[in-house]
Design a protein around this ligand. Sequence first.
Ligand code: ZN
Length: 360
Amino acid sequence: MRPLVAMYGCYIKVKLKQLYAMCLYTKYLLNKKYLPTRKNGYNPPTCNDERLKYVPIKCGKCMECRKQKKREWYIRLAEELKKHKGALFLTLTFNEDMYEEVRKAVNAGIRPTYEEENDMCRYAIRHWLELIRKRTGKSVKHWVITEKGEDYNRIHMHGIVWCSKEDVDAWRYGYTYIGDYVNGKTINYITKYMLKINENCPEFEGKIFCSQGIGRGYEKSTNARRNRYQGERTIETYKTEDGRELPMPKYYHDKIYSEEEREKLWIIKQERGYRYIGGEKCSTEDLEEWDNLTRYYQRRGVEVFGDRPDEWEKDMQRKRLERMRMARRRMREGSGVPGVLSRPEGREPAAPIINKATRG
Ligand SMILES: [Zn+2]
C-alpha cells in the first residue's frame, strides 16, 4: 500500500512528520497508576475510564523515537542558551597514553567494548568537570555525547559547555577543539549525533552526559502561556524563535500540565478519531489501515534509516550483562568507579506520556 502523503507536497509532509511523528513500535501497556504498586501503597485508585487503562510506551530506538529525542534536546538546549549565552562548542579526544590510563582506571579490557568505552568517557568527563569545580567552585553546565570516529573508530566526544576556555584546557586526556559561537545551528549540529549510525559499528550508541535541568524554566516563561491547558483547544506545541512548531518535549509537557490534565489530553487525542503514523493521518477506527501503515513505515525505517528492530532487545540484554560484568570486575579489584555524573543512565528514560507513576 502506498502512503497518501506522497500526493501532497513535500512541505506538508515534512511539517506533519515533525509534529505528529510517533514511535513505530509503540506498545500499549497497563497503566501502572491503576495497578497496585509500592507508590500507591498497593491500593490503586479505581480506573473509572477505560480509555485510561492503557498507556502508550515508546520503544526509544526507532528512527521516529530518535528524531523525537533529538528534537527534545534541541529545544531544551535552545532554551538554556536563551538564558545563558556564552556557551562553547567542544570536541574532546583521548591521546593514546591517556586512553590507556583511563582504560585501566575503569578496569576495561585490553580491547574495550563499546560500553566500556562509554564508561571511559564518563570517567574522563567526570574527572575533568571535578577539576574545574575544585578550581572555580562552580559546577559546569554541560551536554556531551560520545561518538566513534568515522576513519579510525576512535572514541571521542562532542559537547556544549558553559565554561571558559581556560576551563577547557584542564582537559588532560587529549586534544580539544573549541568553537566559541554557539547558536541554533550548533545545537542542531551537535544533537544530530544522536541520529548518526557509524557503519563500522552499527551497534554503538552515543551516550549523553549532561547536567540536570537543562532548559529549565520554559514552563514559566511568557512563551509557555500559549500552551496552558484549555481542554480541546490546548496547544501542545513548542514554537521556535523562527516560528516553527515542534512537538513539546516531554520534560516540559510534564511540567506544564498536571497529571489530571495529561489524562484529559490523552482522552481528547483518542477521541479525535485519527492519529498519525509516519506523518500520515490514519483513522483510529480502522485498525487494518493502522496496521498497514505501521508496517510500511517500519519497513522504511529498516531500509532507509538502518533501524534494526530484531537486534534492539538483544542489544539491551547484552548491554545489561556487560554492565553486570563490569560491576563485578570493579568490585573484585576494589576500585569502584563511584556513581557518575547526574544521571546513571546518562539520558532521559523513554517514558510513557501519561504520568510519572508509569515510568518503567
Ligand atoms: Zn520507537
